[in-house]
Each structure stands twice: as C-alpha cells, then as structure tokens.
Design a protein around this ligand. Structure first.
Ligand SMILES: *[C@@H]1O[C@H](CO)[C@@H](O)[C@H](O)[C@H]1NC(C)=O
Ligand SMILES: *[C@@H]1O[C@H](CO)[C@@H](O)[C@H](O)[C@H]1NC(C)=O
Length: 186
C-alpha cells in the first residue's frame, strides 16, 4: 500500500473511531517535537539521543533545531518492517492506536518515500535499492524542517508516537518514543 494511501486511510479511520471523543480537525499541518527517547533506555540502549530546541508558539514559522546523535549501528534495507502507532491525547488520557502506520516490509523504501527532505540524505537515492547504511548521524543545533509532502493532511492534536523498526522476522532493532504536536500549517 502506498504511503499516501496509508495516511489517508489513517485519517479516515481516526475520524470514524474518534468522531465523538476527539473534537479535532484534519488539514494541512506542521509538526513540532516535544521530546524523543529510546524505548529501551533502561536497558542501556542509548544509541539515539536527540534533543529539540524549544518550540516558540509565537514563531510557528521557525523550524526547530536538533542536537545530539543517532547511532545507526545496523544497516536498514527493504527487508525491514516499520511500525508507528500513534496515541492521541483526549480528555486527559492517551487514546492508544488512534492510528497506526505499519509497513510489514519495504520499511526503507516507505521511509524514504515519506521522509522530510532534511532526512533524505541518510537514505540511498530514490530509484536505487533503498538502504540506510550503518553510521552515526550528528545533529549540532541542526535546523530540521519537518515537511511531509506525501502526507498532506493529518488530524491536529497532541500525540505519542512509538516508532520501531526491525529486520524481517526479528523484533525491533530500533524503537523511539516521541511526543509530537500536530498543528495547523502556518
Ligand atoms: C554505536 O552502537 C554500537 C552498538 O551498541 C556500539 O558498539 C558503538 O560503539 C556505538 N558507536 C558510537 C559512536 O557510539
Ligand atoms: C541554534 O541555532 C539557532 C538558529 O539556527 C540560533 O538562533 C541559536 O543561537 C543556536 N543555538 C546554539 C546553542 O548554538
């Protein structure tokens, strides 16, 4: 299934499931990141450590900067799966699986397809076999403009994202929890 289709289905599904409880609207969107942590930080997995600059609601047009690193210790190709369930904050509770992006295979290509321009350099070029090679990516107050042309509409809200990925028939190699805010595009 194409990425854009998955997103459209996700938005439609969220409306269907949450229409009563979630008084949010969908539309053109921007995202800002509150925090991100490795799911297994307690298990001494510290391969991804990224902090985001403070988001200024009075300067919504200023993209956040990232500081830290991502130690991608194992290369990722199209045999990988990627899963990204999103919980949405509603009535002071997390509503789990408000929608779910799931690519059972071709995780790399689907990621490359959906990734914002600032993350594309870490993938091989479109049209070539997809690979994210083993590398340590450094972010030094790096401006990261999070634009996702393939996902034009999302439901506005306060989300908890659990992004995980792993090779075929294996459990997750990487897993990151993030708190993300989806707001109307400025
Ligand atoms: C990256 O992670 C691997 C596996 O945990 C580790 O062996 C390696 O030392 C790490 N590299 C850096 C630069 O932190
Ligand atoms: C980070 O970058 C922004 C603009 O790109 C700049 O205003 C700010 O001073 C920088 N912060 C640090 C700690 O270098």
């Amino acid at each position: 299934m194409g990425t854009a289709l998955v997103a459209t289905v996700a938005v439609a599904a969220l409306h269907a499931v949450g229409a009563k409880q979630i008084h949010n609207f969908a539309g053109p969107w921007d995202a800002w990141l509150e925090r991100a942590d490795m799911c297994n930080a307690n298990a001494d997995d510290e391969r991804i450590q990224v902090k985001f600059s403070h988001y200024n609601p009075n300067k919504k047009f200023v993209p956040q900067t990232w500081s830290g690193f991502a130690n991608l210790s194992r290369e990722m190709d199209d045999s990988w799966w990627v899963k990204a369930p999103l919980a949405i904050r509603s009535n002071n509770q997390w509503k789990e699986n408000a929608f779910v992006f799931y690519f059972p295979t071709k995780g790399c290509s689907n990621g490359r397809d959906i990734a914002p321009a600032c993350l594309k350099p870490f993938f091989t070029k479109a049209g070539t076999p997809c690979l994210i090679k083993q590398q340590v990516i450094q972010f030094r107050n790096t401006t990261m403009k999070l634009e996702f042309p393939k996902v034009p509409h999302l439901v506005y809200g306060h989300y908890r994202l659990e992004l995980s990925a792993g090779p075929k028939n294996e459990k997750s190699e990487y897993c990151v929890n993030a708190i993300v805010h989806i707001i109307p595009k400025v």
